[in-house]
Design a protein around this ligand. Structure first.
Ligand code: FE2
Length: 258
């Protein structure tokens, strides 16, 4: 401990130290209910920002749900067609227009898998996107590879036919029991600024579709899953590593100060 204007430190003064790491402009602080747990080496897990990338903006949401619901989104492969198929431009221009399909629809393919061994706190999600017009023309293709780091951080690398390469970081901060703050930050070359604004708008509208569900969803510990939901089962097994002996149950978490 050091007091800049004093040569001594008063007896009995204490300061709690936190293990922290600064990467890509974020400060990560290690907080775990088990004092014996060893911090992950984030520098190996994080996708470094490309040199020519600049910050293009962020969106931020408060969501009323269990923290586990949000990262489960990537492993819920069936939901992409169910809620992300409708064209966001059509939704924006004509939310009640039943013929929105004439503007085309989003086509998604997705896969999710966990990592093992020393990297078991990581999981990978891969998505492909295309805007299908007149049922046969596939435009605005994007390949998205995401890395989930622990329960509350995701690095997304996107390769798009229109925008080239860019990156998105998602952070989830628990603000209280069943209240999460989600922030997406967007990075790309400077020259893509106007197109990135459209992308951020589209991503925000797509994410709000998930939020509508999360805000009304009840967290079930053992849901009934169809055969096609196998990756949700795998996700839940992977996520269970983040609950340990001293993790506070919900009833206890509601009584502590936030
Ligand atoms: Fe989603």
């Amino acid at each position: 401990m050091n007091i800049p204007y004093s040569k001594s430190v008063p007896k009995g003064s204490k300061l709690r130290k936190w293990i922290s790491q600064e990467i890509n402009g974020y400060i990560f602080i290690w907080y775990h209910s088990e004092p014996t747990e060893i911090p992950w080496d984030l520098s190996l897990s994080m996708e470094g920002l490309q040199e020519n990338f600049v910050y293009h903006g962020q969106n931020s949401f408060l969501i009323n749900c269990h923290i586990q619901e949000i990262p489960e989104n990537g492993a819920d492969l069936a939901h992409f067609d169910a809620i992300h198929k409708k064209n966001f431009i059509a939704e924006f221009l004509a939310p009640k227009n039943i013929s929105a399909e004439r503007f085309g629809h989003h086509h998604w393919t997705a896969s999710w898998f966990p990592r093992f061994g020393k990297s078991k706190h990581l999981a990978e999600v891969n998505l492909t996107h295309a805007l299908v017009i007149f049922g046969k023309y596939y435009c605005f293709r994007m390949d998205i590879s995401g890395r989930q780091i622990g329960p509350s951080f995701v690095c997304l690398k996107i390769n798009s036919t229109l925008l080239g390469n860019f990156q998105v970081f998602q952070s989830i901060t628990p603000m209280g029991p069943l209240l999460q703050k989600v922030v997406h930050r967007f990075y790309a070359p400077r020259c893509f600024a106007p197109l990135m604004k459209i992308f951020i708008c589209g991503e925000s509208l797509m994410f709000q579709r998930d939020i509508n569900i999360w805000n009304n969803k009840m967290f079930r510990r053992s849901p009934i899953l169809a055969k096609e939901d196998a990756s949700i089962k795998k996700f839940r097994m992977w996520f269970s590593q983040f609950y340990t002996l001293n993790s506070k149950p919900f009833t206890e978490a509601t009584t502590v100060g936030w």
